[in-house]
Structures are given as C-alpha cells and as structure tokens.
Design a binder for this molecule. Structure first.
Ligand code: C5P
Length: 221
C-alpha cells in the first residue's frame, strides 16, 4: 500500500547486538542480526515517518530514507539514543544489548598465558529502554521487546511497567522459527491498557507491519 499514515512522525529505533570490547580483536556479544529492527525501520519509513535507526554491529542496512547511526557498545548506544530521543514521537527498543561489559578493555591484544585460565571482570551495562523510559513525556509512545524462554506473559508485562513502556512485543523462544537469525517471527503484543494481540508465525517484514499497525491504532493515526 502507499498509505502515509506516519507522515510528520519521528521514530527512533535501536536494533542489532552490541559488542563490548575485551581487547582490540575480541568482544562479548550475541547473535542478534538486527533484522527485526531494520524491518520495523523500513515499514515506518515506507509509511512516511522520519526514521532514525541506532544500529549495533550488523551487516544489514535499511532502505536509504532511514538515517542510520552506527554504534558498537551499549554505552555508545545509550549516548546516541539520549541525544536523539527529544524529537521522537515513537521509540522502539529492538536492540539485543549485552547485559555486561568487561570492566577493563585492553588497548593491546591480550596474550595467552603460558598456563592456566583468564578471569574477566564484568560490570552491568545501562538499560537503555529503562533509562529513556524514565524520562518519557506523555506524548511519546515507547515500545520494547521481551524474549522469553517460557510463555512469558507476566514477565513481558513486568518489563513493560519497569521500563515505563507503552507496549511490549513478546517473542517466545519456545516457538519454532521465532527469534534470532530466523527469517520469521511469532509475537504477542501487550499494551498498558490491557490490550493483547497474538499473531501467527510470519516473515519479519509481516511482523513489522503488524507492530506498526498496532501502534497506529494506539496513537490514533
Ligand atoms: O530486560 P530485557 O533485556 O529482557 O528487556 C528487553 C528490552 O529492553 C528490549 O526492548 C531491549 O531493547 C531493551 N534493553 C535495553 N537496554 C538494555 C537491556 C535491554 O534497551 N541494557
């Protein structure tokens, strides 16, 4: 379709993994590809929104109307998100942020010890969604993701409240074909008003349409 229902809206998204350096050649990271967040960025842009995508290390890129701000670490992602959240009407937190980072990262490649093991001290990374959520203005609409290994309804709702999000997208890891490195996803959407919508397994592009439609109904576009 050619509907331009998001014309005039600013959308900020985080997507992809973060890489937390151990030394110049090693990092702590995860298998996120950024595909779901990029599909969302594309769908908002297609429908007329002004879209900024804060993207962790990923080989994928969105369509060219989307402004990409590449980042490496969680701390960088937070800084760039803080700088850009002011003008956002809608924010989507789709990044798979590393929960921890090495306390020290070496400027030189670490050498293997002759014998024995290496201990890494890890510190907690900032929660980007929760940090920005705590400053959310009443006219801003924030959406997060929850990836749970069980049904996860209660956990998803708890995260929505704790991060002050308006809505949350639950991916159950129990569903075959859903989540990291798959082309497909199966989601349930919850909002603060008690709304619940469960969808079938579909392509990430089709899931992005469902999520963008869900938000359009909530913000009454
Ligand atoms: O707490 P949990 O990691 O399960 O929450 C997932 C949601 O929080 C996602 O929307 C994710 O992008 C966001 N998040 C974040 N910063 C973190 C951890 C998670 O923005 N450090």
């Amino acid at each position: 379709s050619t509907e331009q229902d998001y014309q005039g809206k600013h959308v900020l998204l985080t997507a992809g993994p973060t890489h937390e350096p151990i030394d110049p050649v090693r990092f702590i990271g995860n298998h996120s590809t950024g595909k779901m967040g990029i599909a969302l960025a594309n769908e908002f842009a297609r429908r007329g929104a002004e879209v900024t995508l804060i993207l962790g290390p990923s080989s994928l890129r969105p369509r060219e109307e989307v402004k990409v701000l590449p980042v490496m670490t969680a701390e960088e992602m937070l800084r760039v998100a803080e700088d850009n959240i002011g003008e956002a009407d809608i924010a989507i937190f789709a990044a798979a942020v590393a929960d921890y980072r090495p306390l020290h990262s070496s400027d030189e490649k670490l050498k293997r010890e002759e014998k024995g093991d290496l201990q890494l001290e890890l510190v907690r990374n900032p929660d980007i969604a929760a940090t920005l959520g705590s400053w959310k203005r009443p006219n801003q609409y924030f959406v997060g993701f929850a990836l749970e290994s069980n049904a996860g309804f209660e956990e998803a709702k708890r995260k929505m409240a704790q991060k002050n999000l308006n809505a949350i997208v639950l991916n159950s890891l129990l569903d075959k074909g859903a989540g990291f490195s798959y082309e497909t996803n199966k989601v349930t959407l919850f909002d603060r008003e008690g709304g619940i919508e469960a969808y079938e397994l579909k392509s990430k592009e089709a899931v992005a349409r469902d999520i963008v439609d869900f938000i359009a109904r909530r913000i009454a576009l």
